[in-house]
Design a protein around this ligand. Structure first.
Ligand SMILES: Nc1ncnc2c1ncn2[C@@H]1O[C@H](COP(=O)(O)OP(=O)(O)O)[C@@H](O)[C@H]1O
Ligand SMILES: [Mg+2]
Length: 244
């Protein structure tokens, strides 16, 4: 049994002028579990993710992996600390093949080309996409692009992956396929997953725990079916114009 790793966020704050976009948020994720981060439009989810992944500077608080603070680490170097991500708008190298895109994840954390090649082929097989190894990313369906992005994140051999709206733009069948792919991943790969998504069916079925933000503050956390019934959560979602 491998040791557990912990991604810990403590008292995180981010202000934009007078606006407290993230206001004293604390949460933690362990390897082996899936945590869903939800909340209405403008509640601070993207800001939080951007701080965790080094794309935005915090105002105060801390983010650490196994007690090592990562808030000062630049985004390009974050995968070396065990955290990889995907983007709401897919960011693949459009002119590279699926295999090459996945290899980039591995090479980015110092894995040699030869091994990166093998890692990419293994991941393509896991995604049931071996036949697309030499297809350039440009022509892929949105679902396949998202799978390649997930594979590229996994190729970093991370302890944690952060998925920013992986189901956005996918139909119901594709979302179910995504669910089946992700559900066993924490156990099989010994990783923790932090997911933001608006597809409540996906979130409810996939996540072990939910963390709910509203106006930058935590309003609930816990098991999905308990959180779903929380009056403050219901109120926050009913009160929001855009149901994110
Ligand atoms: N770069 C920025 N400058 C000013 N305000 C911002 C910036 N980014 C986000 N905000 C504000 O911070 C709040 C939280 O935004 P965001 O993190 O994008 O929420 P969510 O992802 O939950 O929809 C919103 O009120 C938003 O308008
Ligand atoms: Mg957002």
């Amino acid at each position: 049994m491998e040791n557990k790793s912990v991604l810990r966020i403590e008292g995180l704050c981010k202000t934009f002028g007078n606006l407290k976009a993230v206001d004293g948020v604390s949460m933690q994720i362990e390897t082996g579990e899936i945590l869903g981060l939800i909340g209405p439009n403008g509640s601070g989810k993207s800001t939080l993710i951007n701080i965790i992944t080094g794309m935005l500077a915090k105002t105060s608080g801390s983010v650490s992996i196994d007690d090592q603070d990562i808030t000062a680490i630049p985004a390009y170097n974050i995968p070396n600390y065990g955290l990889a991500r995907t983007y709401q708008t897919v960011r693949l190298f459009k002119n590279l093949t699926c295999r090459e895109n996945i290899m980039m994840g591995a090479i980015g954390v110092g894995i040699k080309r030869r091994e990166a090649f093998d890692i990419a082929l293994d991941l393509l097989e896991e995604m049931d996409m071996s036949d697309k190894a030499d297809t350039v990313a440009q022509g892929l369906t949105l679902k396949d692009q998202r799978l390649i992005e997930i594979a590229r994140a996994l190729a970093c051999r991370p302890k944690f992956i952060l998925l920013d709206e992986p189901a956005a733009g996918l139909n119901e069948v594709e979302t179910s396929e995504l669910l089946s792919l992700l559900k066993p991943m924490p156990g099989e790969k010994h990783i923790g997953i932090l997911i933001v998504d608006h597809d409540m069916r996906l979130i409810m079925e996939l996540c072990d725990r939910l963390h709910v933000l509203n106006y930058g503050k935590t309003i609930a956390e816990g098991e999905p079916y308990v959180v779903q019934k929380n009056p403050e959560v219901i109120k926050a979602y009913l009160g929001s114009t855009a149901h994110e």
